[in-house]
Design a protein around this ligand. Sequence first.
Ligand SMILES: O=C(CO)COP(=O)(O)O
Length: 214
Amino acid sequence: MFILVNLKAYPCDPIEVATAARDVAEASGARIAVSPQAADIARVADTGVETWAQHVSPNAHGSHTGSTLAEAVADNGAEGTLINHSENRLKLADIDGSVRAAERADLETIVCANNPAQVGAAAALGPDAVAVEPPELIGGDVSVSTADPGIVEDAVAAADAVDPDVDVFCGAGVSTGDDVAAAGDLGASGILLASGVAKADDPRAALEDLVTGL
Ligand SMILES: O=C(CO)COP(=O)(O)O
């Protein structure tokens, strides 16, 4: 199971979370990545933790003011990127363009989706992974693996029907090792989470609990 901690735009200390994630990954052998604000990618990557962007734009180098260039995040230490997060939805053509941009820059890709139908569509674009995150459960206290286990199973089936090589992650409300274990039992290859770590009083303790579910 891959654990990706999305820091969104939360007012946490990205270096505190990154160093904790690096240490917990090293101690447990778990794969844990941190996805900070684009402006923080270089200093988060400098901690040694696996670092992901929250988004990359579909464009290449050129006259694209305000874009998040895939090559730039890769040059600053990112190893992968989220695309089409529920809080940063893209048009279908732009999701495709962002996956292609990430591939050019050798970034791993996770395309997010609201439901199993979107998971199937996202899988058809050939990312490394897709993630199902029901928007109504994001930021809540109940894990998707408890509140809606069927959506995870259906997402796994939808992706498998399109491309068995595409991994399926799930997210929304995940905060404990039990939530991680339940997601794995439903067929997920990884989880995305945010508030369970970024808003925790003790992010290190939250990460240590998460890896007990692996
Ligand atoms: O959006 C998410 C991860 O990308 C999930 O957020 P929460 O873990 O806060 O529910």
